[in-house]
Design a binder for this molecule. Structure first.
Ligand code: SF4
Length: 122
């Protein structure tokens, strides 16, 4: 556990539309009982890729004690979703200058013998 940035969902504002979900390739969000939920602290990098996609303004960033983000667990989720999601995730890490996570993600793909998509090219 560590004090860090992580998303916070305002359940009163969330209408369960699901628009934020595709914007979290890390797989941290799911609709459960009509509201979006953070399924695990481990999957949220706290960079806020989902924030601007909520028409209700229900997602914010807060600082709290949370489990540390786990790039390998995230990659386990991501590779199941296919090449475009892998590419979006690598690009997201690159855009946010997360060099250590990017290195870990690429090492994971190499270990599994998976293609590394050209995430520098739009
Ligand atoms: S986009 Fe906003 S309102 Fe829609 S499910 Fe996500 S948090 Fe809820």
């Amino acid at each position: 556990m560590a004090e860090r940035k992580i998303i916070k969902i305002d359940e009163d504002k969330c209408n369960g539309c699901g628009l934020c979900i595709p914007n979290c390739p890390e797989g941290a969000l799911q609709i459960i009982d009509g509201k979006v939920r953070l399924v695990s602290d481990l999957y949220c990098d706290g960079l806020g890729a989902c924030l601007g996609h909520c028409p209700e303004g229900a997602i914010m960033i807060e600082e709290r004690e949370a489990q540390i983000y786990d790039e390998r667990k995230v990659m386990n989720n991501i590779v199941k979703q296919g090449r475009n999601v892998i590419k979006a995730h690598l690009k997201h890490l690159k855009t946010h200058k997360q060099a250590a996570y990017l290195k870990e993600a690429i090492a994971y793909l190499k270990e599994k013998g998976l293609e590394i998509p050209l995430y520098n090219i739009t």
